[in-house]
Design a protein around this ligand. Structure first.
Ligand code: ZN
Length: 248
């Protein structure tokens, strides 16, 4: 491991981890990850660049905002360190190759998805869709060698050199995976929409029932009231009728 490259990649990983923190906080809220600059969630003070350095700033400030001293979650530090370690691990394993680049990108997206999911139960399209596109591109550059592509190379015989065939089969494998993922997402989307429709129908039905019940109760009450009025009128009638004794 070259110490210069290793420290550069570690620094790159820590910086990407810092950016990932921004993504995890802002993407579920539908906010831009570029502007405005980072600010304290409580006092809204813009964070100066020297207070926004990965890991170091958190340690110097001991996990507090410089202005209002609000605590900043250790999760920020943890994600920066995790991303840094991941990048360094990829370099240690794959060296200075395209594979390192591929697994760093994959790891970055996966970490973002894991922590966003844990916090908000959401997987933002802004992380999944670029991941889909990157996966397809990288399948040509750094061929995958999973069960599906081994199976494909056994069944499909392409009229190309071994290297080109491997890349094309890797692309086919990746496209199949992407199609499966898109189909599953679409199915889930339709299911969720149906659920919402059903829930809406239930509410409507319930409202109708309530309406009916209210009408019934109202009718009963009106009938009763009418009956009573009638009875009352009869009684009054009886009283106003001249009694036979009056004529005497
Ligand atoms: Zn603050």
């Amino acid at each position: 491991m070259d110490p210069f490259y290793a420290s550069s990649i570690l620094f790159l990983g820590l910086s990407f981890g810092s950016f990932l923190n921004v993504c995890i906080y802002r993407l579920p809220l539908g906010l831009s990850v570029v502007t405005p600059r980072s600010q304290c969630p409580r006092c809204k003070h813009l964070i100066a660049f020297y207070d926004n350095m990965p890991v170091i700033s958190w340690l110097i400030l001991r996990g507090r905002c410089r202005q209002c001293k609000t605590r900043i979650s250790p999760r920020y530090l943890f994600i920066e360190l995790l991303t840094g370690a991941l990048f360094l691990g990829c370099y240690a394993y794959f060296g200075l190759t395209l594979a390192t680049f591929k697994y760093c990108a994959f790891g970055f997206l996966i970490l973002g998805l894991i922590f966003t999911d844990a916090e908000t139960k959401l997987l933002p399209d802004k992380l999944t869709l670029p991941g889909l596109a990157l996966g397809i591109i990288f399948s040509l550059l750094v061929p995958v060698n999973d069960l599906a592509s081994q199976f494909l190379s056994g069944v499909v015989n392409l009229p190309f050199s071994a290297d080109v065939s491997t890349r094309l089969l890797s692309l086919l494998d990746s496209l199949l995976g992407a199609a499966l993922g898109v189909a599953a997402a679409a199915a889930q989307d339709t299911g969720a929409k149906q659920d919402m429709k059903d829930a809406g129908q239930d509410t409507k039905d319930a409202a109708k029932d309530t309406g009916k019940a209210t009408k019934k109760t109202a009718k009963k009450a009106t009938n009763k009231a009418a009956k009573k009025t009638k009875q009352g009128a009869n009684k009054v009638d009886d009283k106003t009728k001249p009694s036979p004794s009056d004529n005497k």
